[in-house]
Design a protein around this ligand. Structure first.
Ligand SMILES: C[S@@+](CC[C@H](N)C(=O)[O-])C[C@H]1O[C@@H](n2cnc3c(N)ncnc32)[C@H](O)[C@@H]1O
Length: 223
């Protein structure tokens, strides 16, 4: 299955840098789902061929859905019209590219997809660039996105946040890194764009599916 997609993906996956292993996991997860596959993304491809910097997610999702069952589709939004213009020039017409604020867009899109009876396989949240020293604004924006989509999450929906790495307090001795695990050092935690979504996941029982540079959760919707 998906030979056409993996022919493309195998050529570019090494360029994905810190996102390589998580994109492999995302597509493996989607491979296990019965189609059609609907992907909703916030923050679209804004620079051509910038695999290592941003990820080129919209292009990857475009190629993936084109290789799946008919009716598979990508929906993406970006507040910057230059970004959506570049994105449209790179992806196929199977991607609905919208310009506007992601939270407002998601609220309207979720109403429309519900009327159309469509289920979302993957939410990929990657808007509002993160300031690593002060991630609160970006994390709050991504939590707002989650509130806009929460009723559209089903048992199989994967929620992925980019730039949401797992952190662990470290010490360096003799140029060797070692995790500080003793009390009162905190345990591993998700930071960046995803830290408030992870707080919510912890309280509602959603589980981390993977976490390295990107973090993914399943189980926001209880069976
Ligand atoms: C990191 S980039 C997205 C990269 C893309 N996912 C990729 O893999 O190439 C983040 C994008 O989010 C957009 N953005 C920032 N605030 C936003 C908002 N409130 N609503 C929608 N998009 C927003 C920015 O314009 C920017 O293009």
């Amino acid at each position: 299955m998906n030979n056409k997609f993996y022919k493309f993906f195998d050529q570019i996956k090494d360029d994905l840098g810190v996102r390589k292993s998580s994109f492999i996991k995302i597509f493996k997860y989607l491979d296990e789902l019965k189609g059609p596959i609907n992907i909703v993304e916030t923050g679209c491809l804004r620079i051509k061929d910038n695999y290592a910097g941003d990820g080129q997610s919209t292009l990857l999702f475009d190629k993936y859905t084109l290789s799946r069952e008919p009716g598979s589709k990508v929906y993406t939004v970006d507040i910057d019209q230059n970004a959506t213009k570049i994105c449209k020039s790179v992806v196929s017409e199977n991607v609905e590219v919208n310009t506007g604020d992601s939270v407002q867009y998601l609220i309207e899109l979720m109403k429309r997809l519900k009327l159309e009876g469509k289920k979302i396989s993957l939410f990929y949240l990657d808007s509002f660039d993160v300031n690593w020293q002060f991630p609160h604004q970006s994390a709050a924006h991504h939590l707002k996105e989650l509130t806009a989509i929460i009723d559209s999450i089903s048992e199989n929906t994967l929620v992925v946040v980019d730039d949401a790495p797992i952190f662990l307090p470290m010490q360096i001795e003799n140029k060797k890194y070692q995790a500080i695990t003793q009390h009162p050092a905190p345990g591993a935690f998700v930071g960046g764009k995803g830290y408030l979504i992870n707080e919510y996941a912890n309280t509602c029982g959603a589980k981390i599916f993977f976490s390295n540079y990107q973090t993914a959760w399943i189980g926001f919707k209880k069976k």
